[in-house]
Ligand binder design. Sequence first.
Ligand code: HSE
Length: 406
Amino acid sequence: MINVAVLGYGTVGSGVVEVIGRNQEQIVRNTGEEVYVKYILDLRDFPGDPYEDRVVHDFNLILEDTSVSVVCETMGGVGAAYQFTKQALAAGKSVCTSNKELVARHGTELLALAAGKHCNYMFEASVGGGIPILRTIQTSLTAERIVAVTGILNGTTNYILSRMETEKADYHEVLKQAQELGYAERNPEADVEGHDACRKTAILAAMATGKTVDCDMIHTEGITGITLADFEFASEKNRTIKLLASVKVQEDGKLLAMVAPFLLPMGHPLATVGDVFNAVLITGNMLGDTLYYGRGAGKLPTASAVAADVIDCARNQGRTVMGCWSEEKAQMADTSETESRFYVRTDASAAEAVEKAFCGKYDPEVSEGTLIGGEYGFFTPVMREKDFNDICRKLGDAVSGRIRLM
Ligand code: HSE
């Protein structure tokens, strides 16, 4: 029997207990033995809950119980969750988590700690929720040099953008809907400003390159500046708008990573990924493109990924199987030196001056310029990000919107 402790009985923690309870037959078949939730750590009591007798309030009880070999950390945050994870790994207990913030900030240290104790630190659920993307990179794409990863990694923002597009509803209205449905937090900043996607991008980039990637080095933009006018322009150009994570390994070996909204052609494999779904497109140097799609958030899909990690830990007791990445830091490329093409939105009265500033001339046929209500949208030529930003600075408020083209 594998004894498990679940830290945090919130949405994901209770989902893990539910998945292990409801799918026990499959889990026994895949593990070779019973997986038993012996403890649930939470500050609260849960009277009437079927697992109420397992609820404890003291982490030391779990730490000192040598019969517990796997701990699921579903608390979130980088405070107590970090301390408990370190203590559990130091005691030789494997830890499985959905906590992307902790993995992105301290994954390198926690992986090394696990390896030193011959146990495992697994975090499949931290990227793409229920999509088995990290294990695929670790166990299936092993003969590949991964050259690019492009993904929709945040369900909340994908929901907001999809609804803005289909319902022609404005950003604030849809954000309110997303909050009512429980997708977006009351403080939605981490999602809408791109921080959540940035942490997931750092984890994916580290998995893809085998090196430590600092999430603070990833250029990150959110979706708060996207308007219905942008969608109108996109639709006219047979494009859509998605918040994408983009990771590219350059010829010089440097890593170009960013999270930002992109205008992408409707024919792009990620263009039709709607609502809260996530998808990851991985390009290998031999294999070419492979695409992974599924529920990137939500109680049971996320819990299923944590439970799969529990099974992997149970199957591999006494040996570390997820090497993931080393302490060597990935060399990051300077985003401002890269070249991109942009869509720019400006007030119609400033159309000529703004287009001239970016394109050298005013020619709507070349720039695909279009009036959208009282505004004007057009495409710039391919240009250095630094030059683009310099022009934007000079034009000030005259540039009311800008989105990179994929
Ligand atoms: N807030 C996250 C999202 C939850 O919307 O994708 C899953 O990581």
